[in-house]
Design a protein around this ligand. Structure first.
Ligand code: ADP
Ligand code: MG
Length: 473
């Protein structure tokens, strides 16, 4: 409630300031830097503005801080300081479609996380308002990495609660789980207007549950909210870890819907069996229906994704090699891929030039190596760790438990977890068939030494090995 009223106060101020800014900068600059910025707060004379990425924040601070302060100052008739922060709402808006390509039933909905949903009058089914209008099937590029997941999603949207139920989708971050899940919601709303569809993040579910347990009437409200749906989509269930009460409620909600013949769709960052901190019965329920994963897109698909984005964003990129260049630099995550494109476009706009290969090179020259790294193999990691410690690779896979072997082995496991996409059991397998709990133990131990104990020597060692492993690859 509180947050909304602040929103209501700040939005008109920012809208007016934006109108000033529109006249002061060229179109592409306005689009990249101001159009999607969102007001966050005002504290004394400091106005905080949320922008889409680190890049936009840094550039805004450097290039436009004074201009924005002046515009806001003019609106508020007082000198104002401006603080730029990265904000998820601006991030979502930055990827927004122009209005004409947004789905017809939701022309101007701004994606707002955890916006409270208005209660529909009894008997009237309203489409969920917390969906990102951009996250539709039309805008979901299909490639080998997501072919199966997207086929399952489409079939669920066509005929909910028939062939595939429940559906469990898992993938690493930024690979399209939320997009695909919301595409199901958009599509079912259109195809089956009489069905009640609800999309929530696991966080929202938890918040609702926690505020529901305190009062009897609220408990009923909670049940009504979740158990009356024909299709319930819950995003990021890994966040149920450590929330026992919510897990129990989740389990009951899940069973209730299942027994009533309703559809559930769940996403997570890992497969059900690896959700170790969740109750066993919940994990086995998740595994009962269809479990599909989304992998990493190949180069061709990454280029296709960029091409579509360019079109939707109305960007002009004449040099075809630019997209290939960006796609070859950013391999692990589609959110990062979009980020790199925004960065290149933004860079060209502030320098008032066309987007060329040189511009792309310059704009991306210091991108974070981790996010853009190519996959590395466990074998390379083992070889590098073994050589640093002067032990034999076979020892890392072997039975010896002496400290001089166990410690390098733990470091190698930690790096395998950090630098590859292998699951814990897969890593255990590669280290001589060890149990995944051994891997967890190793990873946590090294993490503790790095973070809690600030072990500098270990930190440097990890850095060195990482750099070498990546150079070998
Ligand atoms: P996750 O939920 O897995 O972290 P998201 O669904 O939020 O990932 O996707 C991250 C970004 O990448 C979003 O902007 C989304 O639209 C985009 N994206 C992901 N997969 C695709 C795809 N196949 N085609 C087009 N855009 C995609
Ligand atoms: Mg997501």
């Amino acid at each position: 409630m509180e947050a909304r009223s602040i929103d209501e106060q700040l939005t008109p101020i920012w809208d007016e300031a934006k109108a000033h800014l529109r006249d002061r900068v060229n179109d592409p600059t306005f689009r990249v830097f101001f159009e999607r910025a969102v007001p966050v707060s005002i504290d004394g004379t400091t106005f905080t503005l949320g922008v889409a990425s680190d890049f936009v924040r840094d550039w805004s601070e450097k290039r436009f801080g004074a201009l924005v302060a002046e515009a806001l100052g003019a609106v508020l008739s007082t000198p104002v300081d401006v603080l730029f922060v990265v904000d998820s709402r601006a991030e979502a808006a930055a990827q927004e479609a122009p209005a004409e390509v947004a789905p017809a039933q939701q022309p101007s909905v701004q994606p707002r996380r955890s916006q409270p949903e208005a209660e529909a009058p009894a008997g009237v089914v309203r489409p969920p308002t917390n969906l990102n209008p951009r996250y539709t099937f039309e805008r979901f590029v299909v490639g080998p990495h997501n072919e199966y997941a997207s086929a399952v999603a489409r079939s669920v949207a066509e005929a909910p609660a028939t062939a595939h139920n429940p559906v469990f989708i898992y993938a690493g971050t930024g690979l399209g789980k939320t997009h695909l899940m919301q595409a199901i919601a958009h599509e079912t709303v259109t195809r089956h207007p009489s069905l009640k569809v609800k999309y929530v993040t696991c966080e929202q579910f938890t918040d609702d549950f926690i505020s529901g347990v305190s009062e009897k009437s609220r408990v009923d409200g909670f049940k009504r909210k979740y158990r009356t749906n024909d299709i319930l989509l819950i995003d990021d269930v890994q966040f149920l870890a450590g929330k026992e009460g919510t897990q129990v409620e989740f389990f009951h909600t899940f069973n209730f819907l299942y027994e009533a013949g309703k559809q559930t769709v769940i996403t997570s960052d890992r497969p059900p069996r690896e959700l170790e901190e969740l109750e066993e019965r919940l994990r086995s329920r998740f595994g009962q229906g269809v479990v599909v994963d989304i992998g990493r897109p190949n180069l061709e698909t990454r280029i296709a994704i960029l091409r579509k984005q360019v079109k939707w964003d109305g960007l002009v990129i004449r040099d075809a090699e630019v997209l290939e260049y960006i796609a070859s630099r950013v391999t692990t995550n589609i959110r990062e891929l979009y980020g790199a494109l925004t960065r290149v476009a933004g860079f060209a706009s502030v320098h008032n030039t066309d987007v060329s290969l040189d511009v792309a090179r310059e704009a991306l020259k210091d991108i974070l190596p981790r996010a853009y790294a190519m996959p590395v193999s466990v074998e390379t990691i083992m070889a590098e760790v073994a050589s640093q410690f002067g032990v034999h690779v076979n020892d890392l896979r072997g039975d010896k438990r002496s400290q001089d072997i166990a410690y390098p082995r733990q470091i190698a496991m930690y790096l395998a977890r950090d630098l590859t996409d292998l699951s814990l059991p897969q890593i255990g397998e590669r280290f001589g068939g060890r149990h995944h709990t051994t891997v967890i133990y190793a990873v946590q131990k090294i993490e503790r030494q790095l973070t809690d104990e600030h072990d500098r020597q270990l930190h440097e060692l990890i850095q060195t090995i990482t750099t070498r492993v990546k150079a070998v690859r």
